[in-house]
Design a protein around this ligand. Sequence first.
Ligand code: LLP
Length: 451
Amino acid sequence: MSLPASDLTKQPDNRTTMELGAVLPRTAEVRDDHLFVGGVDMVELARTMGTALYVMDEADMRSRMEEYREAFRSRYPNSDVLYASKAFQNKEMVRIVNDEDLCLDVSGGGELACAQAAGFPMERVFVHGNNKTPQELREAIEAGVHRIVVDSRIELARVSRIAGELGVVQPIYLRITPGVEADTHEYIRTGCEDSKFGFTMLDDFAFRCIKDVLAAPNVKLVGLHCHIGSQIFALHSFREAVAVMVEFMARIRDEYGLVIEELDLGGGLGIAYTADEKPSSIDDFAECTIRAVEDYCAKFDVPLPRILVEPGRSLVASAGVTLYTVGILKTLPNIRKYVAVDGGMSDNVRTALYHAEYEPTIANKAGQPRTEIVTLCGKHCESGDVVVVDMPLQHPDLDDIVAVFGTGAYCYSMSSNYNGQPRPAIVFVKDGEARVTTRRETYADLMARDI
Ligand code: LLP
């Protein structure tokens, strides 16, 4: 794959780092031309801990968790915020989620195992996935998770059987595909009708399945779930999904006499990856979803349910910064300028996969204007191995430390060892202190499972 041709007329924006606004972690500042996050000098951190390096601004993440909690609880006490582990998970992250009194969504046995190892209370864990294996289901039920979000009729039978074998009745949600087209990249749209996720509403399939759910002996249907996609800016998509879900709740009540007590609206709130993007706020998201539930429950005369949301990206993406060292510079006349860094698609596959956009700065020139247009490429054996395509940057020199903002979500969790690249360490920074929460992989780690 080669890159789309550069727009050679694109002009640098001459912004300095602090002019990147909402893209920055909340504690970002510039002192003596150096980027600081959490009171820690990113240049010094990169030089002492090595690059590539994932840095997470702990105060940023905690403040967004608090914002979510307060935005929902203050308006609607019967609500809970679940952190979607898939965005970014390590044990320290799980401890912080617990400390901030959020619930946890896991989608895969490994995410559940990490939550258990970090001592997260299982009665606040929700389990997702469109093809949970029988073993994963058994592990989850044995662990005593709060809710399992059932994704298909085959899975319903599996959950019921395994719960029966374990002698428990498992509370479940059904994941419904509400047929709403969210305004986002097609690869991360999930609520539209052509989806591998959930029970489709086509031919009234989801509704007809309720009968099977009620007949299944070892499960108790307590709620419905939907997730319409990710990186969504337009809140009206959430309102449309609520309308479909609440009408569905009314039909279940009318036909089967069952009141659905819990409604999980998934995640999906977008963030600013570039300085010009204007996402909706956490507060507006809470206002919109709660108002929609209240409005449609009144319209369909349905009792108000417990409301749940499952943000991933909007809790952690902006807290993350990836630090790299510039290793090679190549200027191709009338094509583009390549700045090669010591990472790439192994630590951030989002650009290769979704043409994601990121804002970079040079951490050791952070007070200077970004006067050039460059492409940050990685060190992997693919032309498509890019992290930042045609974005403004200060004039780069060898050994500069480049910081890429907005990498806290879906970078570490989607990382790989391509070309034998050890995964970077993860450092949490707060109040001038840096602590390693996941150590850098070693070559020995890469071979640890080989026989
Ligand atoms: N709940 C469910 C059931 C989900 O599938 C997801 C994300 C979330 C919650 C959290 O959504 P968020 O608030 O983070 O948008 N790898 C892609 C994103 C995939 C999202 C998958 N599901 C990316 O890097 O953009």
